[in-house]
Design a protein around this ligand. Structure first.
Ligand code: PLP
Length: 386
């Protein structure tokens, strides 16, 4: 057998193998497993979006290759959304790019900027694609711990000068998966100053920016100077319960967006135009479509945070995202505790160390089941013995 590449060998083994095995065993035994592990909304895509897609499917002109950077009508809808929501102008012709889901753009982005040995600053814990995309370009991920004490924001003062000098990209993700934390304007001001000083790109993952319960989370572009250094990745997946459709977009400084566009034009052939039509419709009607969806997740968040507090669990109530990042009770590692929940209570949650070394000591709950199931989960958790 031909050897796989050194690059691929560097990709760490999938951390949830053992947990997946246990889960499947439980299901086979006939246990009523409550899965709070997956960050995939259980709610179907709103009907009106599906109807737009159905009609778009009939358009013969859409059956051919899509426009590579996205159809202009889709990019205009993205640009209008950025203006309405964040008050920032983006030229749909050069500063907006359609993505086959934001994961695709995030994974490919380092190809545009990172040479072998150059550094990419990655949050830890985090969505793993930031460091995996870095490894695929032979770049060096440098992990920035997100700690409880620092409100799950990176502490740039702890990054050595020689690392900052080799840095090409800084990844940020607020509202944050898995911690549920949000960024402040002050934080983004510091980020922009640092990026200008050391000449790197700030890449913000805004996948959860519409899933909020308190004041609307920021885009980095609401802060002066961001347009000089940043690109932001948006997703329609969680906002509109469209994870299966594969559509997102990037906005930012023209040269940065165009560098990614050049990479993509040599790898993929764009997003199916019928899906772009549904996506444009969704973005243009966000203010009517999203509030009822938000309400569903808010009800779950309110129920679960209240009940978990009563049971003595420690966490910061998330202002956004559909995740709870909870401290593991004393005496257990993340893996041990998650296995215990699965074995004894048939509840699936995600061990924090699966998101990086700094996630040890935590577990993540996804609010992707209804309140009735959450009630059952709480009933079981209240019987938990040491
Ligand atoms: C933080 C974060 N970013 C990006 C994504 C990818 O979303 P999509 O590719 O569906 O747009 C996810 C999905 O779970 C995520 O959690």
């Amino acid at each position: 057998m031909v050897e796989i590449s050194e690059r691929l060998k560097k990709i760490p083994p999938y951390l949830f193998v053992e947990l997946d095995r246990l889960k499947n065993e439980k299901i086979k035994e006939g246990a009523d497993v409550i899965d709070l592990g997956i960050g995939d909304p259980d709610i179907p895509t709103p009907k009106e979006i599906v109807e737009v897609a159905k009609r778009a499917l009939e358009k013969a002109e859409y059956h051919r290759y899509p426009a590579n950077p996205g159809s202009l009508f889709f990019r205009k809808a993205c640009s209008e959304y950025m203006k309405r929501r964040f008050g920032v102008d983006f030229d749909p012709e050069g500063e907006v790019l359609a993505l086959i889901g934001s994961k695709e753009g995030i994974a490919h982005f380092p190809i545009a900027f990172v040479n072998p040995g150059e550094v990419v600053l990655c949050p830890d814990p985090a969505y793993p694609v930031y460091h995996l995309g870095t490894i695929f370009t032979d770049g060096e991920p440098y992990y920035m711990p997100l700690t409880w004490e620092n409100e799950f924001l990176p502490d740039f003062g702890r990054i050595p000068e020689e690392i900052l000098r080799k840095t090409k990209i800084l990844w940020l993700n607020y509202p944050n998966n898995p911690t549920g934390a949000c960024a402040t304007k002050e934080f983004y001001k510091d980020v922009i100053a640092l990026a200008k000083k050391y000449d790197f790109v700030v890449a913000c993952d805004a996948a959860y920016v519409e899933l909020y319960y308190e004041e609307p989370p920021l885009s980095i572009f609401e802060v002066d100077g961001a347009k000089e250094v940043a690109i932001e990745f948006h997703s329609l997946s969680k906002t509109f319960c469209m994870t299966g459709w594969r559509i997102g977009f990037a906005v930012g400084r023209k040269e940065i967006v165009q560098a990614l566009a050049k990479v993509k034009s040599n790898i993929d052939s764009g997003v199916f135009t019928a899906i772009q039509e549904a996506g444009a419709y969704a973005l243009s009607h966000l203010e009517e479509i999203v509030p009822p969806l938000r309400k569903v997740f808010e009800e779950r968040r309110n129920f679960l945070t209240e009940e978990l507090k009563n049971l003595g669990f420690e966490f910061k109530t998330p202002k956004a995202t559909f995740y709870l990042w909870v401290k593991v009770p004393e005496g257990y590692t993340s893996s041990e505790f998650c296995k215990k929940l699965l074995k004894e209570l048939a509840i699936v949650v995600t061990p924090g160390n699966g998101f990086g070394a700094s996630g040890e000591g935590y577990f993540r709950i996804a609010l992707t089941v209804g309140v009735e199931r959450l009630k059952e989960a709480i009933k079981r958790l209240s019987t938990l013995k040491n």
